[in-house]
Design a protein around this ligand. Structure first.
Ligand SMILES: [Zn+2]
Length: 275
């Protein structure tokens, strides 16, 4: 115990720190740590075992200096069995949310299992893209040296806005201009990668950028274009209750930026497919 870092890491396990405080504590420790050797924030995995799963995972993320925003994937920081722990932890907190809404979850048969159901829905389904590793995708060398514009879509996507945690339903179109060095991936894989990125609390502008980065890294095309059109339920269900508003945004890279004709071709084909 003598060589334990002296940083202000909260006591283990008596009072697990409130979720919101852990990162700032850790950051403060980094800033004020001794000069010289890089400060280590983390206790051993055995000590971490005594913390709630969410705190344990957060410690690993902070230690690695990794961002863990709503739309970041944190799969590599989860260990076996921790999804089940997270689910139980989340269900207990959601039960508190229902209590705070003054809902009688004991007497009201409709809400008796709601906390568990929502916890399961968040972790296993609608936000699964945060906790599951990237779907495996086989890449093929561009043996035929295809260099024609290729369009995939519309891919139906569902997400949730990270401002209100309500659904976003939309469509995505992807345009690829491969070159002879590009890796090609199967058509269905575009949908799987899109689903992985969208199944997180998202902001549409960031979602299309994340998708573009992922495809750029894998396919390495000369040009990449993505258009997303989506309904945001924070516009329908609350707020202005406007039911006709859809948000459209796009990312254009490489040849799609330089070549106006290519861009026009992509957008016109997309419109035709839509109709
Ligand atoms: Zn929103």
């Amino acid at each position: 115990m003598a060589d334990k870092p002296f940083f202000a890491v909260p006591a283990v396990p008596a009072a697990a720190p409130p979720a919101a405080h852990a990162p700032s504590t850790a950051h403060a420790a980094t800033v004020h740590g001794t000069a010289g050797a890089a400060p280590r924030l983390l206790r051993s995995e055995e000590e971490l075992q005594r913390l709630p799963a969410s705190e344990r995972i957060r410690y690993r993320l902070v230690d690695a200096g990794r961002r863990y925003h709503a739309n970041d994937n944190i799969a590599e920081f989860l260990r076996a069995g921790e999804m089940a722990e997270l689910k139980a932890e989340l269900a207990a907190k959601l039960e508190e949310v229902l209590r705070a809404l003054v809902i009688d979850t004991t007497g009201d048969h409709n809400t008796q299992q709601t906390a568990e159901r929502v916890a399961k829905m968040y972790l296993d389904e609608v936000f699964a893209g945060r906790y599951k590793p990237m779907p495996s995708v086989t890449e093929f060398p561009n043996a035929e040296r295809l260099n024609e514009l290729m369009i995939v879509g519309p891919i139906n996507v569902r997400s949730a806005c990270s401002h209100h945690m309500v659904p976003i339903f939309g469509k995505v179109w992807i345009g690829i201009l491969p070159n002879e060095h590009s890796n090609l991936i199967g058509l269905s894989k575009y949908a799987r990668i899109a689903d992985w990125i969208m199944s997180r609390p998202q902001i549409q502008e960031e979602a299309v950028t994340m998708l573009a980065n992922e495809l750029q890294a894998r396919v390495r095309p000369d040009g990449l274009a993505i258009v997303m059109e989506a309904d945001h339920f924070c516009m329908h269900w609350r707020g202005v209750k406007d039911t006709d508003t859809a948000m459209v945004n796009s990312v254009m890279r490489g040849a799609f930026l330089k070549d106006m004709n290519l861009r026009r071709e992509f957008l016109s084909l997309l419109k035709r497919k839509e109709g």
